[in-house]
Design a protein around this ligand. Structure first.
Ligand SMILES: C[S@@+](CC[C@H](N)C(=O)[O-])C[C@H]1O[C@@H](n2cnc3c(N)ncnc32)[C@H](O)[C@@H]1O
Length: 272
């Protein structure tokens, strides 16, 4: 879906296709934001590190088009999972383009049009909320409810994985532009309040011909800190919480202190 008109006229009155109209917003989101192979591998890495065995049943919260789950089930016939998202159009798109083409393999991924606090069909070995999507719970009580349901739902030897970003630049209102090859993705955060830590976030996609998908995705979220989230996870019963710091080159290293970089990414694992 795009916000701009479908076509533009050239000076010779010839109608030409705008690049922005040649893409669908979910396809382009997946290309710009997600790394499903690396994420599926990372989840398995955290599980093996924590439990010294392989995870088979995966739950992807706030899954959107559930592309990470689609990659997970392709690890083999014993790998299965569930995705949860409240947006029915996005889930239907994911089913059609990410699961149906996989045939039999795709049937091992079940998509639920449901709240991330709802129970799974089968307790997951590994469960994640990636791309900071759990930050849409802006109230402490909502986040507690989410973590309590995750705790109760997780397999006894399961691992719950969350990601974080932070540093001084995480509250900046500058546009953050990433070159994605044939287009650029632009994250624009506005209205950050130092009192509430609430902010609005828009994701735009811009193309070399000057066309764009402005506000392709919009979110309202709270920028949570690692200690706030750790306290809530402990409160609902998680006993072992570890932090892994992204080194910028594809690896995560265990840390107790982190690094005070202007922008950083980390993952948290929580065990019962
Ligand atoms: C930022 S997208 C995340 C997509 C994908 N997980 C990723 O890593 O890029 C956030 C998703 O959360 C979904 N969402 C918002 N509130 C939710 C809730 N309470 N329960 C489940 N999904 C929710 C939205 O519909 C949207 O698809």
């Amino acid at each position: 879906m795009t916000t701009n008109s479908k076509r533009k006229s050239t000076t010779t009155d010839q109608i030409v296709d705008r690049m922005a109209d040649q893409f669908d917003k979910h396809t382009i989101y997946q290309r710009a934001v997600q790394s499903p192979d690396a994420d599926a591998e990372l989840l398995q890495y955290f599980y093996r590190l924590s439990r010294n065995k392989t995870a088979y049943h995966f739950r992807e919260d706030f899954c959107g088009t559930a592309i990470t789950l689609a990659h997970w089930v392709q690890q083999g016939p014993e790998f299965s999972g569930e995705g949860f998202d409240i947006d029915s159009d996005t889930i239907k798109w994911g089913q059609k383009y990410n699961f149906d083409p996989l045939g039999k393999d795709g049937k091992r991924g079940i998509l639920h049009i449901a709240d991330a606090r709802d129970p799974s069909t089968k307790s997951p070995d590994v469960r994640c909320a990636f791309n900071f999507s759990y930050w849409i719970f802006t109230q402490r009580q909502q986040m507690l409810e989410y973590f309590r349901s995750a705790y109760e739902d997780l397999a006894e030897d399961g691992v719950f994985v969350l990601d974080f970003h932070g540093g001084a630049e995480s509250i900046s209102e500058e546009e953050a532009i990433t070159d994605c090859g044939d287009f650029s993705s632009v994250w624009h955060q506005t209205g950050f309040s130092p009192v509430t830590h609430l902010a609005n976030l828009a994701l735009h996609f811009r193309f070399p011909d000057g066309s764009s998908m402005e506000n392709a995705f919009r979110y309202h979220w709270r920028i949570w800190s690692i200690p706030e989230i750790t306290d809530l996870l402990n409160e609902v019963g998680f006993t072992t919480i570890n932090i892994y710091w992204y080194d910028g080159e594809g690896d995560y290293e265990f840390t107790r202190v982190g690094h005070n970089d202007p922008t950083w990414i980390a993952c948290l694992t929580a065990l019962k």
